[in-house]
Ligand binder design. Structure first.
Ligand code: NDP
Length: 445
């Protein structure tokens, strides 16, 4: 690695030694930048990389709320504006007990380059809380969301910072957050948050966008090998928003999805996952995935087991970070897997990625393959600004176009720098260059 790059990495490691996820995300980007630094001396001269590795602002706040028993609860809230060179901070809110500053920083850092790859005018940000929505009543979730927004509303806005959903934050939570924002500011300003229900100014196809986008990216990768998804056996981890619509689009394209999961274990259904059952359990009943076998007795539930040991041709990790390790990667390859399309953020560990890269299988890195969600969020902002409501088909077509363009950028840069088929390299370089050029153009601010 070039001396400048290793100095920047060491400085970040020294400054944030207790943030392993953030360091993992930074290292992956920096490792791709060698040829770029040689061609663009201004990156070192103007400390552009150093500036991209330090958030523009980090807001941490206390959230006090009452549960159904009238007991006062205290949680911690975060919102990080990582970089606004390309547009307002844009990125989701995660509600999960594991959320801490490290989680939000890694997600915010990834978001800068993902958003850059979409070619849309959006900067990178992320937020969330260590609030655990599991087991909470709807009223408790509402009171928590209202308390969260009672602090966050000071910092968000159509032209400054536009949150959306992520783990634990779907349409229902976005409705509560948006309602509280409207009440506090006395303004109906739908462009302040995305992922809204269509009735509140949301975009058609936003709910589907991340999962569909993952599959469009997978399709584009397969086209480079003159094949498609038809008849391919697939594994999808998770059973939340991204997983459900990834499964839906895979099935629409003729693939057979035989497994999915949640944090309690995985379902193996060799005849193909019945998505109506998964949606009923997860979207309506908020039940555990283990309940699937009572509705589809042909399937098996594997407590505390991931999906990665089941034979497949394609695998899509759609649950959470570092959910697929080196051992899983070796098992997938041994069983005949030829394609990984990441739906979750940073789901494969660095060692797993090395295994995939050595075998040169098709690999769609998260910041490219799951960018469809944020891209359609930006289209939602566009519709809100113009007071328009586009059809599902229009949004879906724009999404397909964006995913193909992102894939094209990955191909372009991987070929230009003789790293053919290395989409991690291509995505990092394409995402970095657009944002670095903007940072350079502003001067030192
Ligand atoms: P959801 O909350 O809808 O679903 C998350 C799923 O992942 C659930 O099945 C959940 O199981 C499982 N999961 C979460 N944490 C863990 C864990 N620690 N171990 C095992 N399983 C876990 O979230 P999304 O589908 O929205 O998000 C999934 C991933 O996709 C995240 O990495 C997110 O950052 C990323 N992403 C989401 C986008 C979006 O538009 N929603 C956009 C781009 C990326 P359980 O219910 O048991 O916890």
């Amino acid at each position: 690695m070039n001396t400048y790059l290793s100095q920047v990495l060491q400085a970040v490691e020294k400054r944030d030694p207790s943030e392993p996820l953030f360091l993992q995300a930074v290292k992956e980007v920096i490792e791709s930048l060698d040829p770029i630094i040689a061609e663009h001396p201004e990156i070192e001269e103007e400390a552009i990389l150093e500036r991209l590795c330090e958030p523009e602002r980090q807001i941490i706040f206390r959230i006090a709320w009452q549960n159904d028993k009238g007991q006062t609860q205290v949680n911690r809230g975060f919102r990080i504006g990582f970089n606004s060179s390309l547009g307002p901070y844009k990125g989701g809110l995660r509600f999960h007990p594991t959320v801490n500053l490290d989680t939000i920083k890694f997600l915010g850092f990834e978001q800068i380059f993902k958003n850059s790859l979409t070619n849309l005018p959006i900067g990178g940000g992320k937020g969330g809380s260590d609030f655990n929505p599991k087991g909470k009543s709807e009223c408790e979730v509402m009171r928590f969301c209202q308390a969260f927004m009672s602090e966050l509303f000071r910092y968000v806005g159509f032209q400054t910072d536009v949150p959306a959903g992520d783990i634990g934050v779907g349409g229902r939570e976005i409705g509560f957050l948006f309602g509280q924002y409207k009440k506090l500011t006395q303004r109906f300003e739908p462009g302040v948050i995305t992922g809204k229900d269509v009735g509140l100014g949301g975009s058609l196809a936003r709910k589907e966008a991340t999962g569909f986008g993952v599959v469009y990216f997978a399709k584009a990768m397969l086209q480079t090998r003159k094949t498609d998804l038809s008849g391919k056996t697939c594994l999808v981890s998770g059973s939340g928003n991204v997983a459900i619509y990834c499964i839906k689009k895979l099935q629409d394209m003729g693939a057979k999805v035989v497994a999915c999961s949640d944090s309690s274990g995985s379902i193996h259904d060799p005849e193909g996952i019945d998505l109506d059952v998964v949606r009923l359990l997860k979207e309506s009943e908020k039940a555990r995935i283990s309940e699937y076998i009572y509705r589809r007795p042909r399937a098996t539930f594997r407590a505390k087991q991931t999906v990665w040991d089941i034979p497949c041709e394609m695998a899509s990790p759609c649950a959470t970070q570092n959910e697929l390790n080196e051992k899983d990667a070796k098992t997938l390859l041994k069983n005949g897997c030829i394609l990984i399309a990441e739906g979750a953020n940073m789901p494969s560990t660095p060692d797993a990625i090395k295994v995939f890269q050595q075998k040169k299988i098709l690999f769609g890195p998260a910041k490219a393959s799951n960018a469809g969600g944020v891209a359609v969020s930006a289209l939602e902002m566009q519709q809100n600004a113009s007071l328009e409501q586009w059809t599902f088909q229009m949004v879906d077509q724009r999404l397909q176009g964006i995913m193909n363009t992102i894939h094209g950028s990955c191909l372009h840069y991987s070929e230009k720098y003789h790293r053919k088929d290395d989409n991690i390299f291509g995505a990092n370089v394409a995402g970095f260059l657009r944002v670095a050029q903007a940072v350079h153009a502003y001067g030192v601010i």
